[in-house]
Design a protein around this ligand. Structure first.
Ligand SMILES: Nc1ncnc2c1ncn2[C@@H]1O[C@H](COP(=O)(O)OP(=O)(O)OP(=O)(O)O)[C@@H](O)[C@H]1O
Ligand SMILES: [Mg+2]
Length: 361
């Protein structure tokens, strides 16, 4: 088992700075998800860990061993690519067997390991099927079987579920999570789907433009996003501007509210985030802010209600409470559900580190 340590990793393609000062340690045996918009560098980061791209600078360690010069085939890592990259002319069994044959693993051991990999991925009954005769989900399982048969310490999965339809995708999410727990190895999973990231991960790394903006448990990231970018990227959120008055007190539109955050200088402009599901509708004047109901959408489990406050800000609310368009009501949220963010805090820190690094380069 191996801990993966990325130290000051930078990646340039030509003049373009793709990964910027990546410092992160993946602990062994956990399910990590790298989440971020298209082009932010997720696949590049996986490829550096897998050994398919050599970083421009910085160090990669597996445990105490420096991996910078170690080729992909000498790393205890297997990758499941987005397009699965299966061999179409080989059947399921042969696809899974391929890597072991190349490595000249003995026939007896090979058979045992393939049997186990097929069992883990529920493919035993499909052993002799041609690849073209499999569904998307089955193909995905073959790709995973082909990776785990090598008994890697680390499995990298790049957008592995994105080709599947919604129901199958949810099924596969359960299977993937279960598989990771059974194998007990490190999974690093790449996706741009935030719900998937929340459902699967022990830890989520949110990336933006080559930076890791925040890393933490799904609950931490959802409840305590460091900035507006993370808050917006993970789930829906209402974000209004305000000012910190003192520890435990913040003002919104000039009105003081109790909050649970502190440690920010009095007078600092802040952003206050409230999740749509944390807002309660109350009769006019009985909540924090008076609002007018602008629109109501039925979403199955809840209504999605948009209301306008007196300053023209549109709040989104997820609730099972009923109301009517045009009605004047009031919104209320508990102090625990107000999350205070200081704009620019994290960006400043990043810029300082970046400048420092660029000075050395
Ligand atoms: N070999 C390469 N040569 C030049 N530019 C590259 C190369 N590989 C990636 N890039 C660029 O690096 C940036 C990050 O690419 P990457 O594939 O890591 O993004 P991603 O986060 O995986 O995006 P997506 O969600 O679309 O898969 C992109 O702008 C891409 O065009
Ligand atoms: Mg990618």
């Amino acid at each position: 088992m191996t801990e993966i340590r990325l130290q000051n990793i930078n990646q340039y393609f030509g003049e373009t700075h793709i990964l910027k000062n990546i410092d992160f340690t993946f602990l062994e045996g956990k399910f990590y998800t790298i989440l971020g918009p298209s082009g932010c560098g997720k696949t590049t980061l996986l490829k550096i860990i897998g050994g398919f791209v050599n970083q421009t600078s910085g160090d990669l360690y597996f445990g105490d061993k420096k991996m910078n010069e170690i080729p992909a085939n000498k790393r205890q890592v297997n990758t499941v690519f987005q397009d699965y990259a299966l061999f179409p002319h080989l059947n399921v069994y042969e696809n899974v067997a391929f890597g072991l044959k190349i490595k000249k693993v003995s026939k007896v051991e090979r058979e045992a390991r393939i049997k186990e990999a097929l069992r883990f991925t529920n493919l035993t009954d499909f052993k002799y099927r041609d690849i073209e005769q499999l569904s998307g989900g089955q193909k995905q399982r073959v790709a995973i079987a082909r990776a785990i048969v090598n008994e890697p310490d680390i499995l990298l999965l790049d957008e592995s579920l994105s080709a599947l339809d919604h129901n199958l995708r949810v099924d596969m999410q359960y299977e993937l999570k279960e598989l990771q727990q059974k194998l007990g190895i490190t999974f690093i999973f790449v996706t741009h789907d935030q719900e998937e990231a929340l459902a699967l991960s022990d830890e989520i790394l949110v990336m933006d433009k080559g930076h890791i903006v925040q890393a933490g448990s799904p609950k931490d990231i959802y409840d305590e996003p460091l900035n507006k970018y993370v808050a917006d990227f993970i789930g829906e959120s209402n974000i209004v501007e305000g000012e910190m008055l003192e520890d435990g007190k913040v003002s919104i539109y000039g009105r003081a509210y109790e909050c649970v955050d502190g440690g920010v200088k009095s007078g600092t402009p802040v952003e206050i985030m409230v999740r749509p599901e944390d807002i309660v509708l109350k009769p006019l004047e009985e909540g924090h802010l008076n609002v007018t109901v602008d629109s109501i959408l039925f979403r199955g489990v809840h209504y999605e209600i948009c209301v306008l406050d007196e300053d023209g800000y549109e709040w989104v609310i997820h609730t099972t409470q009923k109301t009517e368009e045009g009605k004047k009501v009031s919104i209320y949220f508990d102090k625990e559900d107000m999350h205070i963010m200081v704009p620019g805090e994290k960006e400043d820190e990043f810029n300082e580190r970046l400048e420092l690094y660029e000075g050395i380069l």
